[in-house]
Structure formats: C-alpha cells, structure tokens
Write a protein that binds this ligand. Structure first.
Ligand SMILES: [Zn+2]
Length: 90
C-alpha cells in the first residue's frame, strides 16, 4: 500500500461475514508487479468482494491502517456517477 495518499473519495466497505472494514481501490492504486489476488477478497476472512457492503465513512475505524480492495462497483461508479464523489447509498 502506498502511504500518504488521499482516499477520501473512496467508499468504506465492510465485510458482511466478519465485519472487517476496507476501502475501495482501483487497479491504478496497486503498484506494478504486486499480485492483485489479495485485493479481491476480504483481508480478514477471504470472503469475495461481493460480500462487502458500503458503510458511512463515520462508521469506518479511525487512526488505523485500512486495507484496500478492488471493488468492481467502484470502477463502474467512476464512469457512471462521478458527481457523487464515490459516496453511494446502497
Ligand atoms: Zn471478512
């Protein structure tokens, strides 16, 4: 993960199975040569990203390192709903 990046426009995603919170990233966020497999599942319980749900940023833990996940819906939103700033109400 790259440090000191601004992810404020990325929605927080919580795993429905274990409750672990991630944030959505795009393939561009992953450094070249780094395997993407581990970004396609829950960091904690390995649930597929389809098991993740968007939560309000206020519910995301503060002051901790949050793992990023490749989340296909974000990629779609980038094109379809750029004005929302990534904030989506499911
Ligand atoms: Zn999980």
């Amino acid at each position: 993960m790259t440090e000191n990046q601004d992810y404020s426009d990325r929605p927080a995603l919580r795993c429905k199975r274990c409750g672990w919170v991630h944030f959505a990233i795009t393939p561009d966020d992953i450094l070249p040569g780094v395997p993407t497999d581990k970004f396609r599942q829950c960091f904690k319980c390995s649930a597929p990203v389809s098991e993740l749900e968007i939560i309000p940023e206020s519910e995301a833990p503060k002051g901790v390192t949050i793992q990023g996940v490749l989340w296909s819906a974000l990629l779609q939103k980038f094109g379809l709903d750029a004005t929302s700033g990534g904030r989506v109400v499911a």
